[in-house]
Every structure is written in C-alpha cells, then in structure tokens.
Design a protein around this ligand. Sequence first.
Ligand code: ADQ
Length: 459
Amino acid sequence: MPRRSKFIIAANRLPAHRVGDGRASRWVRSPGGLVSAMAPVLAKHTGCWIGWDGAVGRASHANVLDGLTLAPVGLTRGQVDAFYSGFCNGTLWPLYHDAIVTPQFHRAWWEYYRDVNARFAAAILRRAARRAMVWIHDYHLQLVPALLRQTRPDLRIGFFLHIPFPPEELFAWLPWRAAILRGLLGADLVAFQTEASSQNFSRAARRWTNGEGTDREVKIDSHTAHVRPIPISIDAATMESLAREPEVIEMARLIREQLGNRRMILGVDRMDYTKGIHDRLMAFEELLSERRLSVDDTVYVQIAVPSREESLGYREVRREVEERVGRINGQFSEPGSVAVHYFRRSLSHRELAAYYLAADVMLVTPLRDGMNLVAKEYVACRHDLGGVLVLSEFAGAAWELRRALLVNPRDIEAMKAVIIQALRMPTRERRMRMSILRVQVKRHDVFEWADVFLEELGA
Ligand code: ADQ
C-alpha cells in the first residue's frame, strides 16, 4: 500500500519527464507556471501528483523529486490512441473550442475515456488520506470527481478546467453530455478561466441533469457543487527577472540585429488550429501585397512548438501554416530581408524572454483559447514598457488585459488595421498601455490563482 497523502493533484501529465535510458534514466522537473505554483502547496501538505508519464506500456515506479511524490499512471497503446488522441483531442478539444474543427463522436473512444478516468480515480483512492484534498485538472479527467465522491465522501474535491467550457447549444452535441456534467458535479468546487465558461457550465448542468440552483451553485443528489471563474496566470516575477538578466537583454539585441534591425512582429504558440496562426499570416501577407508594409523595414517571426501530431486536424494545420509561410517568403522576401522567419521548435523560457523583449508587436490571436499564457508572459517581460500586445477577443486573457489592442481574429481587415495601429502607436500611448497591463499581470499571478482556488475549496 503506498504512503497516503493529504493533498493530491491529478492531471493528465506528470510535472516531470524521464531523461536517459534504462537504469541510468532519471526524472527531471518540467518547466511551467502550474508546476511552480503547485510546488509550495505540495511541499507544505506532503503532496502527491498523479499523472501519465508519457510512456506507452507499464508505468514507471513512484518517485520522489524535490520532496514531491510523483505517482505515474500507465497507459497502453490503445488507451493513448482512443483516450488521449481520440476522445480528449479529437472529441472534447474541438468541441470545447467552438468546433473550429468538427469533433468526432465515437462510442469506442468514449468507453476508453471512462476506463482511463476510472484508472485515475483508483490511483487517487489508493493514495488519498482521510479528508485529503484532491485537485483535478482539465478536460481529460472530467469523470473523476464523481467517481471519487461515490466511495469517499470525506474528500475535498476541486476541479479546474484549463480550456473554455462551450455554450450550451454546442455542448448539447455531445452524446455523453449528462455523464460528463454529473462527473464534474461530483466536485465541491468546479472552476473555470472566465465568467462565460462558468455560466455555460452551470446552465448546461441545470439543463441536462437533475441539478438545480444558480450560476454559482448547483445542487444535485444532496451535494452542492460551487462554480467559480478563477483565471489562471503565470509566475510573473520569475518571468520578469529572466527578462532583466543582462544576457537576455543582450540576446534580444542580437536577435534584432540578426533580423536587420527591422520592426519585429512576433507569434509564439503551440502548433494548434485554435491559435489562429494561419489567419494571422494571411493578414500579414495582404499587408505586404497591398504595400502597406514592406520587408525592408518589417519582419514577422513565428515560433511554433510541435504538438499532438497524432490527433485530428494537427497535421493539416501544420501543412497550411508551412505552405503559407513558403508562399509569403517566395513572393516577398529579398536577399537579406526574409519576410517570415518560422521556427518549429520548443525554446527555453530564457530564449522566449529574449524574443518577447525584442518584439515591437506581439500577436496573440487565437480563434478560441481558455486563457493564453503567452499574452501574460509578454507583458511580464516588458519591464522597459516597450512593445504592443494585440490580443484576440476570444482568449480568456482578454477579460483581464483590457488595455491590449483587442481584435476579432476572423476579421482579416480588422487584423490588418490593428497591426498597422500597433506598429504606429505613439510612444506615450504604448508606455501607458503597457504599464496598466503590467499592474494587472504582476498583481494577479499564478500564486494568487492557487491561493484563491484553495481558499474557495476550503483548504
Ligand atoms: P496551451 O493551449 O498549451 O494551454 P498557452 O496558455 O498559450 O496554451 O500556454 C503555452 C505555454 O507554452 C506558454 O507558457 C508558452 O511560453 C509555452 N510555449 C509556447 N510556444 C513555445 C515554444 N516555441 N517554446 C517553448 N515554449 C513555448 C492550455 C489552454 C490555455 C491556458 C493554459 C493554462 O489551452 O488557454 O492558458 O492551458 O491554463
């Protein structure tokens, strides 16, 4: 029987990965705000993190890394295909992002989703001490709260959805909508990125289950689930201090120099059809072909991390983006002045900070996004009050970052106009907007987010 914990986090992935082979392999902590935010809480409560280790087949043994117990859940090849690539990323992800790509509904995938959720619930139950607190993350594990409550009503159960919860009419497509809602309603606290997602959920819950109540409380079978918007954030102080390092400032200068000291427009995204990379490139292409911009003095840099290439729609988005980049460069680049620099790779946070510092205009224009941390990272890095953030109205971040230039990313004319506006913005206005954005991001960081969540959960 494993050691029991008072505080458990369950997420699809563990916050660490293995490097090296066989006996010589070891765990290394993955970078990221969520991990940093959770570390102090987990250390204080002798915590444990349950998640998939990314390997196919038998799970590795539990391990302690920097005082945190990591408890891997193993997934078979069939589970990775049908649960992860299938139901999570081929059904739920597109459905919850406004069906930008048509979601697929396969009964076999659903069976796998149920099985894997049951495996996670069993792993949590083996480790949960009496009256432990369990914090479950994201759309992969929506059935877990109710599975826990059925056998262990002593647990305090919290759930946070990192992606949007769709409007009722869209959610209604899901053949298993009632089961998912009942799963989530098993939690004491169900939290979302925005007020809209929070309302969408409580309305769907009242419509498709026997739950009753308000936008903030849904009562079902004598249990009450509290529903709240608790927007996630970043470790702003760490991000800012990276951007203040002399080497990073020098790296930013070098990046600009290598790009010919042209005005630099930047995009940083996971390669995902929700992020609007293609539409953004179209706007840039039209500005070049209408001669409102020229490669002599403007360059666009797109950094994209490869992502989910096994799932529906991902190879297509990559192909579209790469074709468009090729077309733009073929038509507009000049010797020594490439129009679009495209990097398909993951960068360290230090390198990202340098790119953020170098960019005159940051384009964060997803078609739909739960929050979007890139927007907040950009703001945290701009201690020089330079740079303009262009932000999609459909990112959760737009609810907080009101002083960004907000845009509808499907409106290509509006995108073009906002890019020009950003490039021409007078220094005074740019500094004023950036300082207001910075107050917001620094005041509401990921540590505050975790505190608010745990307080609402009654920790
Ligand atoms: P994601 O969709 O993964 O997360 P996002 O919030 O943009 O999206 O976070 C991406 C992270 O990856 C950022 O921290 C960024 O720095 C990093 N990243 C992006 N490109 C990179 C690159 N080329 N190299 C290295 N790192 C890169 C989901 C939801 C979001 C929500 C988050 C957190 O879809 O809406 O904001 O969870 O809740």
